[in-house]
Design a binder for this molecule. Structure first.
Ligand SMILES: [Fe+2]
Length: 383
């Protein structure tokens, strides 16, 4: 039977080079005038926050710049304190996935009691706080368009998914011109995160023609432009393509879900602080090889739309070319293994991580649903 689509997305989406200059118009359209900007110190250092506050002009804005990478519950609490210090009427999440996710969590935790971990998925957080305006500066997570955010627990090493209407930004301004300052490593990691979103959404058991359209548009954009953006950071067409692909892949996975790669990737981030896109990249070839036989036509289409297989190739041949293409991409982007980064994990740790992966619910959307032992074996293979 055909899956059903249950789509949640921002009310306002504006996309294009320089579109951030329309922020005052969007605020006025939404009847908002007192934003708290949630960002991190690096965005101040490289001048992006100055560019944003110049755009805001006379608007009475406030600033919370203490977002950390892989934002924690403590970071959310600090943001809540900043929010409570003045009479703000909206929150601008400005930066990579971390500031945008923090902005979302600060918004909904201001109106939902308890600890942020009380709300982890599959719970749905529908009680909305102040409107969030998401302005991504890296692309990758697609958080500006998704109904998801990810917060890391400080008491126990776990990254949890949070989901629901309260995790959907009210407006997204997607302006690729912020991304030309991204270093090559982050460009590569965020692009592979987007690619993983698109592939996992397309092969997900919850895929739908509506989400397929976004996923199938995103994949070739990333395959065509990721190497150029890494080697030529100021290449406008490459940056524009990757930013669009990040948002489209976000729209796809937000509503079709991610799968086994993301399920296994979060524990690597939580225990070893490997960047999210990088741990996805480490996993993507092995998890794809594990999964292709359960959905060969879908994976073959992935290979064909990226130009890695020909229309005349059988599905089996195309799936083989997909796995090889992902390995070559990792080589070209300099993706190391966890052991090459000096990380070690014994059997007990790998079983803990496999249990956390399964508990997240993501592996259950994979075309081939693994057992805990199979996840441990995949960890060992890629380690
Ligand atoms: Fe991701």
């Amino acid at each position: 039977m055909q899956n059903l689509a249950r789509v949640q997305s921002p009310r306002v989406i504006r996309i294009g080079g320089g579109i951030a200059s329309e922020l005052p118009e969007v605020l006025a359209q939404l009847g908002l005038s007192r934003p708290l900007i949630v960002t991190d110190a690096n965005l101040i250092k490289i001048g992006h926050v100055k560019r944003l506050t110049d755009i805001l002009g006379d608007t009475a804005w406030g600033l919370f710049d203490e977002v950390v990478e892989d934002p924690t519950d403590a970071c959310v609490d600090a943001g809540l304190a900043a929010l409570g210090a003045h009479d703000y009427d909206c929150i601008i999440g400005f930066g990579g996935g971390s500031p945008i996710d923090t902005a979302k969590a600060v918004s909904f935790m201001a109106v939902n009691p308890g600890h942020v971990r009380d709300y982890k998925a599959p719970a749905q957080i529908d009680r909305c706080g102040l409107p969030v305006i998401a302005i991504p500066t890296t692309g990758g997570t697609g958080s500006e368009l998704t109904r998801w955010c990810v917060i890391t627990d400080t008491d126990q090493p776990e990254k949890y998914n949070l989901s629901g209407l309260a995790c959907v930004a009210t407006a997204a301004l997607i302006d690729w011109t912020f991304t030309t300052t991204k270093p090559a490593r982050i460009t590569a990691d965020t692009a592979v995160d987007s690619l993983t979103h698109a592939i996992e959404a397309y092969v997900s058991k919850r895929a739908h023609p509506y989400t397929d359209a976004f996923a199938l548009s995103a994949m070739p954009l990333i395959a065509t432009h990721v190497r150029t953006a890494c080697s030529d950071p100021e290449n406008g067409p490459a940056r524009e393509a990757l930013m669009l692909a990040a948002s489209q892949a976000g729209m796809a996975f937000s509503n079709a879900s991610v799968a086994l790669v993301h399920g296994m990737s979060r524990p690597i981030g939580a225990h070893f602080h490997v960047a999210h896109g990088l741990s996805n990249a480490m996993l993507l070839p092995a998890v794809t090889a594990f999964s292709v036989d359960a959905a060969p036509a879908r994976y073959a289409t992935v290979a064909r739309v990226m130009g890695w297989a020909q229309n005349g190739d059988t599905d089996v041949v195309a799936c083989g070319k997909l796995i090889e293409g992902l390995r070559v991409l990792n080589d070209d982007l300099g993706v190391p293994s966890p052991s090459a980064l000096g990380h070690t994990a014994d059997d007990q740790m790998l079983h803990l991580m496999a249990g956390q992966a399964l508990a997240s619910g993501s592996p259950q959307n994979n075309p081939r649903v693994p057992s805990e032992d199979e996840i441990v074996a995949l960890y060992k293979e890629m380690w």
